[in-house]
Design a protein around this ligand. Sequence first.
Ligand code: PLP
Length: 380
Amino acid sequence: MKFATRAVRAGITPDPTTGSIVPPIYQTATYVLDEIGQDKGFDYTRSSNPTRAVLEANLAALENGKFAVSYASGMSAVDAVARTLSAGDHVVSTDDVYGGVTRLYDQILSRFGLEITYVDTTNPENIAEAIRPNTKMLWLETPTNPLLKITDLEVAAQIAKEHGLLTAVDSTFATPYLLRPLDLGIDLVIHSTTKYLSGHNQIIGGIVVTNDQDLFEQLKFIQKSVGAVSSPFDCWLTLLGLKTLHLRMEKHSTNGLAVAQFLEAHPRVKQVIYPGLPSHPGHEVAKRQMKAFSGMITFELEGDVQTGINFMNAVELCSLAESLGAVETMVTHPATMTHTSVPREDRYARGLTDSLVRLSVGIEDLEDIIADLDQALSLT
Ligand code: PLP
């Protein structure tokens, strides 16, 4: 089946008891046995749940994977992958990963003996140089949050394989419609389903997809032991969102490219980072490995921190919100929203300047989005 058909249909069959075309929400903690040893494939919802199983089958199919495990959040999915490692193991990671991943590794997992080195994985040589005898995993994110750096997954997977490393990609910004890391030799794909996959700002969730049965069984065991499960209702809402993933990603991508071109030509804008623009250093790799370029844009205004604040307070249609990847256009100002606790020099070292803005372009009418950005820019 082609992608659009899989998005609507994969893993979904009419409910055997009623014929319901939409999978029921199995809102249950446990399942009654006919007799000892005779369950119907489910015993306790921490281990598995029929609504969750449908979501897992659907997302596995979208990633061209065999197995998926659905989690309570993107972060619990990231944490589950880390728990396949042991104390003393070392991870090489993309430097511009989502801040929550850095916080998890640096402030929590390091206390349990996991080591991590952040490198600019856009240059494959940096990956090879960072590998040590105890390195076990290469953790990648592409495009990254928030600087939209692009890593060549085929090249990175090749280096990792030569060194016997597990490879994991946080593909939240790309979605399986635009990028399928398993096809490029990656072992594990992670998403915050909170974002494009559910798509409507309606849930918090995460998923890990793999073709490796051993890894899948480890993840299932960890989930059963830890309990970071997604609720049946959240799984059901995510499934509804996924049915239009292909349509939404087309619109996010066409709107995203047009907004990026508008911003690049605007005199109040100093720099635009968007993988779909030829000015982006990762444009050629992105063009090769992605179907289109998604709706995430990061741009720098001419000015200082107050310019950023002025812009944020001037937008009317765009929502000031910390999330991304939903139908509504949302804007974030890292200096005053997500990175307020990071000292200015550390923020600058990460490339997060005072007037940097992250824009998650929604699927509203393009003219309305551009008109709002234009009037807000005129007030900066
Ligand atoms: N990965 C990326 C790239 C993200 O942007 C986020 C959240 O913003 C996460 C993981 C964490 O996901 P969640 O908020 O669903 O826990």
